[in-house]
Design a protein around this ligand. Sequence first.
Ligand code: PAF
Length: 280
Amino acid sequence: MRRLETVAALHEWRRDLGGSLGLVPTMGFLHEGHLSLVRRARGENDMLAVTVFVNPTQFGPREDFARYPRDLPRDLGLLEREAVDLVFVPDPQEIYPEGFQTYVTVPELSERWEGASRPGHFRGVATVVAKLFVLFRPERAYFGQKDYQQLQVIRRLARDLGFPLTVVPCPIVREPDGLALSSRNSYLSPAERQAATVLFRALQAGEAAYRAGERSGHRLQAVVKEVLAQEPLAKPDYVAVADPETLEELDEVGARGAVFCLAVWIGATRLIDNCLLARP
Ligand code: PAF
């Protein structure tokens, strides 16, 4: 496995490359969710690159950039075992050189839900992902469905800017008790970790109501909120019942189905999760 840190070295590596290239962008502190993307990408491409970069522009000024968990030696060991060809670990100035001022925005999709709570977040995500697409020119790029809105933003930007690649969505990986894997789970105390299972239970209750025939967005939202309210450590930020592509809030779930998206504070940790509902 090669490890590169500069854009110049990456250009050189890419120039001589034959066969299809799969790309898995990450912010490191890898868990089984990331590794499921890596394994899928390994199976579908001749060459496989993974990026480990905690992207400063997607964090707000009062967010957790400085304390975001990092463990590069461990990440490198895990990636080596998955037969990754290249890991790219740039310094911020490689991605955002002196005087950087060109950003990618996907306005409508970025303003709702996660974007409303985290202004500028998707501008940072869209910009770094577009840069990685330009640098790597992959055939396929892999993203987890846990960040559902992020996935839609990235799909939109890939279509709008005409990147000749396939965005491959990968299923959420969960702990046995349903908690979606996330690097931020490491912030949780034992009591908070237990409380965090309420996100999955709330989504399951919403899904059960949908399967039982409920189609009112408002009532489905109420079912989810009711379960969240039973957990004293959980403070919901938003509960969305939204169109799966545009993420517009739905009064009534129609033929396109819906996605439930949640952001919930568990103590000082903000967790997100979602569940995609399609007609049976
Ligand atoms: O999902 C993430 O880890 C990040 O948002 C991404 C896509 C690697 C961009 O920094």
